[in-house]
Design a protein around this ligand. Structure first.
Ligand SMILES: Cc1ncc(COP(=O)(O)O)c(C=O)c1O
Length: 368
């Protein structure tokens, strides 16, 4: 239950002019997050680097918010700019002969870094309509240690994989687990003290509502020993004035990956968005999403369509997709109901800021 949803909605300009069912594409940004960005730019124009120590302090707050959200430690959080770079960096940090296990139809950020760096890949077949086959994953991971890279929530149909089960399989077979959490972070709880994940990467422009350009990477502190250093620069040093040669003057991944000068603009905006969501309550957001997602699922079924992904307690997410003709997407767009159309299917998504009435409006455009 979200207290004062009307009041909260009024803080998001995008929600004033349409029915926004498209957070899986990009989330709405609040007025306060926008203001944080404009304040930073104004201050930069007036003071340039003189304010850098202050901004760096605030950036550490952003890091702590991520650590808290994931039940990890701040040292395990790197502030990045997107999911793709996070996974690509780790690809370069892992021994080149390690083999991969990937799922068909997963997002290019998950698959491309390995395909085009000549890794041996074991593909898991998936038709986007059934559960991802955990037995097939286990079979592919058996034998010599491998790397499994997988999206927590699949961008196509919103299917959420059972991270707990996947992590247990990886642990059993000594596999290195990398999770793309862009479609789940902030809305589906992930407790890294309960589930072992080696690397988790995400951007904040979807469910974390902070706009394009900021992201995060988590690297488990015990997993860094399996990685070489990646991108390096002055920001990788414990103190930039120290001798760069001794290894002890370098930070560990993921913070060593923050190689260049700090990039406060988007990280401060990300911190502001995280604070707002935390104030609403991560658990409240999750519970609201559950109700709205179930209603969206029912609306689609009542409208005569079949949601693509199997749905149960562990596999639902904020996304519901179904096959339909492109003309339905046009009809929705004409009614200012914003969704995404990909060849043959329509993807709708709800976030905590959506109202049940918006789903009713969506339902009215579907056949009766
Ligand atoms: C599963 C998944 N991974 C990654 C991305 C995008 O990654 P990035 O943060 O690099 O833009 C998307 C965007 O839609 C996605 O759905």
């Amino acid at each position: 239950m979200i207290a004062d949803k009307k009041g909260i909605r009024s803080q998001y300009p995008l929600l004033h002019n349409c029915t926004y069912l498209n957070t899986a594409n990009a989330g709405a940004m609040s007025q306060a997050t926008l203001q944080k960005g404009t304040d930073y730019l104004t201050e930069f124009a007036q003071y340039a680097s003189q304010k850098l120590p202050l901004w760096m302090g605030e950036m550490e707050e952003t890091r702590k918010l991520f650590a808290e959200l994931l039940n990890a430690s701040s040292e395990e959080i790197g502030l990045t700019w997107d999911t793709s770079y996070g996974i690509s960096w780790v690809q370069q940090m892992l021994p080149p002969d390690l083999e991969l296990v990937l799922v068909k139809h997963d997002f290019p950020s998950v698959t491309l870094p390995w395909i085009h760096h000549n890794r041996k890949i074991h593909w898991i077949d998936w038709d986007m309509k059934s559960h991802i086959d955990l037995k097939a994953i286990e079979k592919a991971l058996s034998g010599k240690p491998k790397v499994l890279v997988i999206s927590h929530v699949q961008y196509t149909n919103g299917y959420r994989v059972d991270l707990e089960a996947i992590s247990a399989i990886c642990q059993k077979h000594g596999a290195f687990l990398i999770v793309d959490a862009i479609q789940s972070l902030g809305v589906i709880p992930i407790d890294l003290q309960k589930i072992h994940i080696d690397v988790l990467a995400a951007s904040s422009y979807k469910w974390l509502t902070s706009g394009y350009g900021a992201g995060m990477i988590y690297i488990n502190k015990n997993s860094t020993k399996r990685l070489q250093q990646g991108a390096l620069g002055p920001g990788s040093m414990t103190d930039f004035l120290k001798d760069p040669i001794p290894a002890e003057n370098l930070k560990h991944p993921p913070q060593s990956l923050e190689a260049g000068h700090p990039k406060p603009l988007l990280i401060l905006m990300q911190g502001q968005a995280l604070k707002e969501l935390k104030a609403i309550g991560w658990q409240n957001i999750y519970e609201e999403l559950k109700v709205l997602s179930a209603k969206l699922h029912s609306a689609i079924t009542e409208g005569g369509f079949t949601p693509m992904a199997p749905r149960d307690e562990k596999s639902w997410s904020g996304i519901v997709s179904f096959e339909c003709d492109k003309s339905l997407h046009q009809k929705l767009t004409d009614e200012k109901i914003i969704t995404t159309y990909r060849p043959n299917y329509l993807r709708a998504a709800v976030h905590f800021y959506n109202e049940e009435g918006e789903i009713d409006k969506f339902r009215k455009v579907l056949p009766t």
